[in-house]
Write a protein that binds this ligand. Structure first.
Ligand code: NAI
Length: 331
C-alpha cells in the first residue's frame, strides 16, 4: 500500500474548507488509491468549529483517511506536509480599504511562508486559493526562499472551469468535450478568458470554438464578462461566495499537477512568470500549462493577436500594482 500523503488545508473551518476536506478524504484530489492525512489549520476564534469538522470527518469513516490534525498552531499545521492548500485569509469587509486588506493578508502569508519553509516536507507543493490569490502566492514565495518557485502556485482553475462551462452551455454540448481555454493573468475581474485556441470534440473531429460559436460579439463581450464576474454573480445569488466549485477546482489543480494533464490538453494555473508571452518576470500570473512528472510547464508558441495582447498587458499591470501595494504594506 502507498504511504499516506499529508495535505494541509488552511482556513479549514470556512466555507471552501468544508467543501474541500471531504473531497480530499474521498480521493478526488490525489486519486482513489492514495491514502491521505489531513492537516486542518484555522485561527483560534474558529477553533471550536474546526473541531466540529474533525468530528464529521471521523463520522464519515473515509477509508482513505489515515489521520486528521486539526490545529490553530501554524507550526503543527505545516509540519511534514507534502501539499499545502492555502484557503485561509482575511476577507475584505465593508468599508475597508484595499490597502488594509492587503496589509492583513501580507502578514498572514509572510508568517505561513516561514512555517512552511521550516516545517513542510521537502518539495512541498503549494496552492494559494485565498484572495488576492496571485499576490498572496507571491508573498509566500518571497518569504519561503528555500521552497522552489515552481512549487508555489495560485488557483485560476475555477475561472478556467467557468469558461469551459459557459461554452458548453452556449453550444448545448458536454463540458467534457470542450478544452484548451486559457485564463491569463490575475484571479480578479481583469483576468482574460481566451478562447482563441480552444477546441470542441465533435463527431467529425476537433473544431475551434470560434468556428462553432460563430458569434464574435458574444465571445468578445458577454462571454468574457460572464467569466470575469461569475464570482460576484454567485455571491448575489447565494449570499455567500463560491465554495463547492472553488473546492472542486482546487482538487483539479492539484490532481493535474501531480498526475499530469492529458495528452493534447492544457489547463490554467497561476505560476511564477519567467517572461513567457512578454509577461513581466517576477509576477504570479495565470498561464496555460501542461503538467508531467509532477511539474508544470508553460505552453509555448501560441499566437497572441492585438486584442489579446492588450488584455494580457492590462491584467499584468494590475498585478504589478498589487505587488507594489503588497511591498508597501511590508515596510
Ligand atoms: P471563509 O471566510 O468561509 O473561510 C476562511 C477561513 O479562513 C475562516 O475559517 C477563517 O477563520 C480562516 N482564517 C483566517 N485567517 C487565517 C489564518 N491566518 N490562518 C488560517 N486560517 C485563517 O471564506 P471562504 O469562502 O472559504 O473563502 C476563502 C478564501 O478563498 C477567500 O479569500 C476567498 O476570497 C477565496 N476564494 C478564491 C477563489 C479562487 O478561485 N482563487 C474562489 C473563491 C474564493
Amino acid at each position: 500500500a502507498k504511504d499516506p500523503v499529508r495535505v494541509l488545508v488552511t482556513g479549514a473551518a470556512g466555507q471552501i474548507g468544508y467543501a474541500l476536506v471531504p473531497m480530499i478524504a474521498r480521493g478526488i484530489m490525489l486519486g482513489p488509491d492514495q491514502p491521505v492525512i489531513l492537516h486542518m489549520l484555522d485561527i483560534p476564534p474558529a477553533g471550536e468549529a474546526l473541531n466540529g469538522v474533525k468530528m464529521e470527518l471521523v463520522d464519515a469513516a473515509f477509508p482513505l483517511l489515515k489521520g486528521v490534525v486539526a490545529t490553530t498552531d501554524v507550526v503543527e499545521g505545516c509540519s511534514g506536509v507534502n501539499i499545502a492548500v492555502m484557503v485561509g485569509g482575511f476577507p475584505r469587509k465593508e468599508g475597508m480599504e484595499r490597502k488594509d486588506v492587503m496589509t492583513k493578508n501580507v502578514s498572514i502569508y509572510k508568517s505561513q511562508a516561514s512555517a512552511l519553509e521550516n516545517h513542510a516536507a521537502p518539495n512541498c507543493k503549494v496552492l494559494v486559493v485565498a484572495n488576492p490569490a496571485n499576490t498572496n502566492a507571491l508573498i509566500l514565495k518571497e518569504y519561503a526562499p528555500s521552497i522552489p518557485a515552481k512549487n508555489i502556485t495560485c488557483l485560476t482553475r475555477l475561472d478556467h472551469n467557468r469558461a469551459l462551462g459557459q461554452i458548453s452551455e452556449r453550444l448545448s454540448i458536454q463540458v467534457s468535450d470542450v478544452k484548451n481555454v486559457i485564463i491569463w493573468g490575475n484571479h480578479s475581474s481583469t483576468q482574460y478568458p481566451d478562447v482563441n485556441h480552444a477546441t470542441i470534440k465533435t463527431p467529425s473531429g476537433e473544431k475551434p470554438v470560434r468556428e462553432l460559436v460563430q458569434d464574435d460579439k458574444w465571445l468578445t463581450s458577454e462571454f468574457i464578462k460572464t467569466v470575469q464576474q461569475r464570482g460576484a454573480a454567485i455571491i448575489k445569488a447565494r449570499k455567500l461566495s463560491s465554495a463547492l466549485s472553488a473546492a472542486s477546482s482546487a482538487c483539479d489543480h492539484i490532481r493535474d499537477w501531480v498526475h499530469g494533464t492529458p495528452e493534447g490538453s492544457w489547463v490554467s494555473m497561476g505560476v511564477y512568470s519567467d517572461g513567457s508571452y512578454d509577461v513581466p518576470p517576477g509576477l504570479i500570473y495565470s498561464f496555460p500549462v501542461t503538467c508531467r512528472d509532477g511539474e508544470w510547464s508553460i505552453v509555448q508558441g501560441l499566437s497572441i493577436d492585438e486584442y489579446s495582447r492588450k488584455k494580457l498587458d492590462l491584467t499584468a499591470e494590475e498585478l504589478s500594482e498589487e505587488k507594489a501595494l503588497a511591498y508597501s504594506c511590508l515596510s
